[in-house]
Design a protein around this ligand. Structure first.
Ligand SMILES: Nc1ncnc2c1ncn2[C@@H]1O[C@H](COP(=O)(O)OP(=O)(O)OP(=O)(O)O)[C@@H](O)[C@H]1O
Length: 220
């Protein structure tokens, strides 16, 4: 089966001239539907940079990313990203003025939202056990509740790919386990899930662990 995420020869440089640093130096990665891949590596090695390239939040200096067979560059990049990719960040990034439920619904209102997104948003809030708290503002919710809402928001449009950057990094063990269960479940639904992490509890539950070292990926 063709991979959902297919990255080839990704190169990323930061800075110019003498200050230029090559962070990614030819990264290849395939992630299949249903697979949860953990990306590890020392601090500053470029894990977040890689995740941003895989999700089209940043552009590479060379190489290509395909999501479900569509190139993630050029004119259609935004449309492909909105339709195909969900993102979860360590710091949740919920909109502080909106309630939890409104944050999840927000993604259902953006241009390119998939049919049924509103219903999916409501169903996700219930499935995640958040009905009681979803009326609160983010600052009134626990970290674990906020992150579950952030994951719900990321999958409201039923993306083929879910990218998570240290999603359990700000959570205690119990809340982290709930979020990890959720990511596993979402991979089980046939998504490709890529998680950047430092945590053994996460790598232990990944289907595959890859290490980023000196700008390249290797099997851990
Ligand atoms: N916009 C930018 N401009 C210049 N340098 C950057 C930029 N973003 C990241 N870097 C540098 O690129 C390197 C890789 O950063 P990145 O955030 O991808 O690493 P990371 O592996 O995710 O780190 P950590 O595990 O600490 O979060 C770091 O040295 C960082 O300082």
């Amino acid at each position: 089966m063709d991979p959902v995420v297919r990255a080839r020869g990704l190169v990323k440089d930061y800075g110019r001239g003498r200050a230029a640093r090559r962070i990614l130096d030819g990264v290849d990665l395939d992630v299949a539907a249903g697979e949860l891949v953990a990306v590890v590596g020392r601090s500053g090695c470029g894990k977040s940079t890689l995740l941003h390239l895989l999700g089209g939040l940043d552009t590479s200096d060379a190489g290509t990313v395909e999501i479900a067979g569509e190139r993630l560059d050029g004119r259609r990049a935004d449309a492909v990203r909105r339709r195909r990719v969900g993102f979860v960040f360590q710091a949740f990034h919920l909109v502080p003025e909106l309630t939890g439920a409104e944050n999840v619904l927000l993604a259902a209102r953006l241009p390119g939202a998939r049919p049924g997104a509103r219903e999916r948003a409501r169903a996700l809030v219930t499935r995640l056990g958040l009905d009681e708290v979803a009326g609160g503002l983010p600052h009134e919710l626990s970290g674990g509740e906020q992150q579950r809402l952030a994951v719900a928001r990321a999958v409201v449009n039923d993306p083929a790919v879910l990218l998570a950057d240290e999603p359990t990094g700000n959570l205690d063990e119990a809340s982290g386990a709930v979020v990890l269960d959720l990511l596993r479940e979402l991979a089980g639904d046939g998504r490709a899930v890529v998680v950047v992490t430092h945590e053994r509890t996460v790598t232990a539950r990944a289907d595959r662990v890859v290490t980023l070292r000196e700008g390249r990926l290797a099997a851990a």
